[in-house]
Design a binder for this molecule. Structure first.
Ligand code: GUN
Length: 300
């Protein structure tokens, strides 16, 4: 069997179209223009690329985009003061501080300074708790994107065996909460899990988020399983020429495609969904800030 390749780019494009429709309604019916502020510290090239494409897509769906570039040596106090200003700014409905931040800054202090009502990453303890108990609010962008792709593939997830590989606060843990809410039986595996191949073989749904290039092999995958590969790893690609590199996921795509029922590619799978879900979260927070019910098709 050859797996269906899940086109995250096309799904994200469709999602952005729906977001643009909700933004247009917020403007015309309520006079609200959702605004997203993105803060980047330093000059990490990969972060610069992410932040630029976030700003571009924010504007494309009709929202206001505010970008703050701070120098690498900015103090923690200066960054916290900017967050305070953005918390108070009525034009700003979402605040994202691009991680990682330089070492003089404590990322936990940054996260706790963000008003949970504007926390479009869903990093604050208040929003982590809301996701856990199923209250409305922003949901971590990458897990939300994975959930949307899974529901699109499978319809109901009820009763499915889901194995998540990776227990990070960013992906593994919120993914666990979302899959539990959709009535999956969830296993969270990680670097200390024994017999990982055997654990993965039980899964109808595999979410790979370990950050190790091509670690999960095709013969670990149950025939017909849906495989969501969150990994984005840059590795040498000598076949493309000396010094060249390529992006690969946490799953060995060439072998997994032989056993899986459906699989996300890297790039072009989960990646495009993350930014689209950030925009979706900004519509959610803008709606909630103004006492409106957020659109149900943009959240978990
Ligand atoms: N750095 C890499 N991914 C993310 C993300 O989703 N949010 C933030 N704030 N920083 C990141």
């Amino acid at each position: 069997m050859t797996a269906k390749i899940i086109d995250g780019k096309a799904f994200a494009e469709n999602l952005r179209g729906r977001i643009a429709g909700h933004v247009a309604r917020l403007k015309s019916e309520h006079g609200i223009t959702p605004g997203l502020a993105v803060v980047i510290v330093g000059h990490d090239p990969a972060s610069q690329v992410y932040v630029s494409s976030k700003a571009k897509q924010t504007v494309e769906v009709g929202m206001a985009s505010f970008k703050y570039e701070l120098p690498e040596d900015v103090t923690e106090a200066e960054l916290l003061a900017l967050i305070e200003r953005l918390n108070a700014d009525k034009q700003v409905h979402g605040i994202l501080v691009q991680m990682p931040v330089p070492k003089q800054i404590d990322p936990n202090k940054v996260i706790e300074a963000i008003d949970p009502a504007k926390d479009v990453d869903s990093f604050t303890p208040a929003n982590v708790g809301k996701v856990q108990i199923g209250l409305p609010g922003p949901v971590s962008c990458t897990p939300l994107g994975c959930l949307m792709l899974l529901r699109d593939q499978l319809g109901s997830l009820e009763g499915k065996n889901a194995v998540i590989i990776g227990r990070s606060n960013l992906v593994g843990k919120p993914m666990m909460q979302l899959l539990l809410r959709d009535n999956c039986t969830v296993t969270v595996a990680h670097s200390r899990t024994r017999n990982l191949a055997e654990v993965v073989r039980q899964a109808d749904i595999v979410v790979a988020a370990v950050g190790r290039p091509e670690m999960i092999k095709g013969d670990w995958i149950k025939p017909g399983a849906v495989v969501i590969d969150v990994g984005i790893n840059r590795v040498p690609a000598p076949e493309k020429g000396e010094g060249k590199t390529k992006l690969v996921g946490d799953v060995e795509f060439s072998s997994a495609i032989e056993t899986a029922g459906a699989i996300t590619p890297v790039p072009g799978g989960v990646g495009p969904m993350t930014i689209a879900c950030l925009l979706a979260n900004t519509v959610t927070t803008a709606s909630l800030i103004h006492g409106l019910v957020p659109p149900s098709d943009l959240t978990a």
